[in-house]
Design a protein around this ligand. Structure first.
Ligand SMILES: Cc1cc2nc3c(=O)[nH]c(=O)nc-3n(C[C@H](O)[C@H](O)[C@H](O)COP(=O)(O)OP(=O)(O)OC[C@H]3O[C@@H](n4cnc5c(N)ncnc54)[C@H](O)[C@@H]3O)c2cc1C
Length: 585
């Protein structure tokens, strides 16, 4: 059931078993699982069913240090969260991503891949992926095309890997009906959590304060609380909830917001394939995404190259993934960029400040580039490829100085401090780019696949201007997991150290991030968390009494949820809701 918080009576207190904050991939996954377990929960989501500018503005913040964009278009603040704009790349982390590698400071998870494996398997239904199989030989055979072939890799230094594409699953749309029908989950839209209130020397969360942009306030009290607002906001909410703990909740060891990570992404080099390999689509991003040629079992896939774990160890490198990117005429021109934005808009991708008339004007002003680029993107004629480049993402090195903090001067419309993000991808990441490209080039030349001209190494210098300024939109690490409270914000069960009933879901708990895209791991961790929560509630059930609804019967007469945001003036209809414990206390 959905409730429009703007229509809830001011000062209403809602009681539930589990309060989930944030309706993105993690929050919706958890809500769906709790429903299956028969657990009552409230899902509090800042936005509505569609993006709106006022809500989006709450995400605005400042990148300090290295240029870094993380607001508009780099995350989505409405029902479904950033799944409203994600690309759908999915691949579980590698086994060694979980290990402590002595050449990478602060590396390692409290558990290994085997703990997450059963949950990774279950994410395939959730994310609408193909068979739970990432073996390149399996996919090559299943596709069975001459132009989708694995390259020979003889040296033992390089390996090929498979990623699967989710369609991509837009969680807000995909699971809206299930949550609307739910008898256990009440989803509050336009519900911005402003503060997490605690008792018992900030050890136990008593309730959260919810406010709407139209000026309503509501409180939700629960037995357990789960923060699922994304890799930056999870830290922001903890830091901003500083009434009882001046440094912020869970921040007794000054770790919240530190170790912020994103995957640095670079294009580099120039690759000339031999005739035999020049038509191969398996590793080229321009031939991926919904391309029926690179698909089997109803699933689009992509292959990327990586160094073997032996080489990573020997050379003391971070993990990395590399693919090719063909360059077509007109690419990068203003007309091409305008055309690309229009395509994104057609796909309902979130793009702040997008203006159709302006882009149409740009395209008309640059007809040759626009039409040329459009034609080549549509038909991808091999004969028109101007160049082929490496494109790589590298595992970020966990660094306590790479961090999210609260701004001392900037506040959003709700009065919450905005964030400042100081992203530091690190020197080891630079060396990893250099060595990965060099070893790959050597391999491709030795096997006669291609001739490669490398760009100059970047180690020790400034990051090149081609470094993508929004990273890869993967915000991770700010509430990292560690068995010791001195080294992590949450424990292995995603519970905040030192607190009795506060959990965190999402990539902010990743202690190390590997070089794969994070969402499948977020989903796997959340499935695991749902089991833990169900167990904890069951074992504590003797101590709790169940909440019962009095007042308006929300199961049958929810306040209507508008598609359009309404201002304070128009949100006059109120629906009083009260929950009291069954024992009347
Ligand atoms: C352009 C783009 C492309 C991407 N491509 C990929 C990809 O190909 N593969 C991949 O694995 N990942 C990709 N990602 C990353 C992926 O989208 C995220 O990893 C994933 O969505 C994170 O899920 P989440 O639930 O933790 O956070 P989110 O999806 O960000 O959800 C957080 C939710 O919390 C809500 N919220 C925030 N603050 C509050 C508050 N104070 N009160 C109440 N609610 C609040 C937000 O409105 C939002 O709905 C991409 C991201 C972007 C932006």
């Amino acid at each position: 059931m959905f409730v429009d918080t703007r229509r809830v009576e001011n000062g209403t207190v809602v009681e539930t078993d589990v309060c989930i904050i944030g309706g993105g991939v993690a929050g919706i996954t958890l809500a769906l699982e709790l429903e299956k377990q028969g657990i009552d929960a409230c899902l509090l989501e800042s936005g509505g069913f569609k993006a709106d500018d006022e809500t989006r503005d709450l995400y605005r913040g400042e990148g300090i240090g290295l240029p870094y964009h993380f607001s508009d278009g780099c995350r989505g603040r409405f029902f479904g969260g950033s799944s409203n704009c994600w690309g759908g790349w999915c691949r579980p982390l590698d086994p060694w991503d979980f290990e402590k590698r002595e050449w990478i400071a602060h590396s390692g998870w409290p558990f290994g891949l085997q703990v997450l494996a059963p949950y990774y398997e279950r994410t395939h239904a959730l994310l609408k992926l193909g068979p739970y199989n990432f073996d390149p030989a399996f996919w090559e055979a299943a596709i069975g095309r001459r132009d989708v072939r694995r390259v020979p890799l003889a040296s033992g230094k390089v390996r090929d890997t498979i990623s699967q594409f989710s369609p991509p699953a837009r969680f807000g749309k995909l699971y809206r009906d299930a949550l609307a029908r739910s008898r256990r989950i009440r989803t509050f839209l336009y519900a911005n959590v402003l503060n997490i209130d605690t008792t018992g020397s900030a050890k136990t969360v008593s309730r959260v304060q919810v406010v709407t942009l139209s000026g309503r306030t509501m409180y939700v009290s629960a037995k357990l609380f789960v923060l699922a607002t994304g890799g930056i906001e999870n830290a922001r909410l903890l830091l901003a909830s500083n009434k009882d703990q001046p440094a912020g909740l869970g921040n007794g060891n000054d770790l919240v917001g530190r170790f912020f990570m994103d995957h640095p992404r670079l294009q580099s080099g120039s690759i000339r394939f031999t005739k035999e390999w020049s038509r191969n689509k398996l590793y080229d991003i321009k031939y991926h995404y919904m391309n029926a040629a690179v698909a089997a079992h109803g699933t689009c896939i992509a292959s990327q190259l990586a160094l073997t774990p032996e080489v990573l160890k020997q050379e003391r490198l971070l993990n990395a993934r590399v693919w090719f990117s063909s360059v077509f005429p007109g690419e990068g021109s203003e007309g091409a960029q305008a055309l690309f934005r229009c395509k994104q808009a057609l796909l309902h991708k979130e793009q702040a400040g997008w203006n159709l008339s302006r882009d149409l004007f740009t395209m008309i002003s640059h007809p040759v580039h626009t039409v040329g680029y459009g034609y080549t993107r549509l038909f991808q004629p091999r004969s028109l490829i101007r160049d082929v480049k490496f494109q790589a993402i590298v595992e970020p090195e966990p660094d306590p100085n790479s961090r999210v903090t609260l701004s001392s001067s900037q506040r959003d419309r709700l009065g919450m401090s905005r964030v400042e993000v100081d992203w530091r991808p690190g020197k080891l990441a630079q060396r990893t780019f250099d060595r990965t490209f060099a070893i790959l080039a050597e391999e491709m030349q030795r096997t006669g696949i291609a001739k490669v001209v490398l760009d100059p190494p970047i180690e020790g210098g400034e990051w090149p201007s081609s470094l993508e300024k929004e990273g890869t939109w993967h915000h991770m690490g700010t509430t990292r997991m560690h068995d010791s409270p001195k080294q992590g914000v949450v424990d292995r069960d995603c519970k905040v150290h030192g607190m009795t009933n506060l959990y965190i879901a999402g990539s902010s708990v990743f202690p190390t991030a590997g070089a794969n895209f994070p969402t499948i791991t977020i989903a796997a961790l959340t499935l695991r968390l749902s089991e833990h929560i169900a167990k904890e509630l069951r074992s504590a059930s003797a101590c709790f009494s169940k909440g019962t609804l009095v007042g308006a019967n929300l199961q049958h007469s929810p306040a209507p949820v508008d598609e359009q945001p309404v201002s304070a003036k128009t949100s006059s209809t109120t629906q009083p809701i009260f929950f009291v414990p069954a024992n009347g206390k």
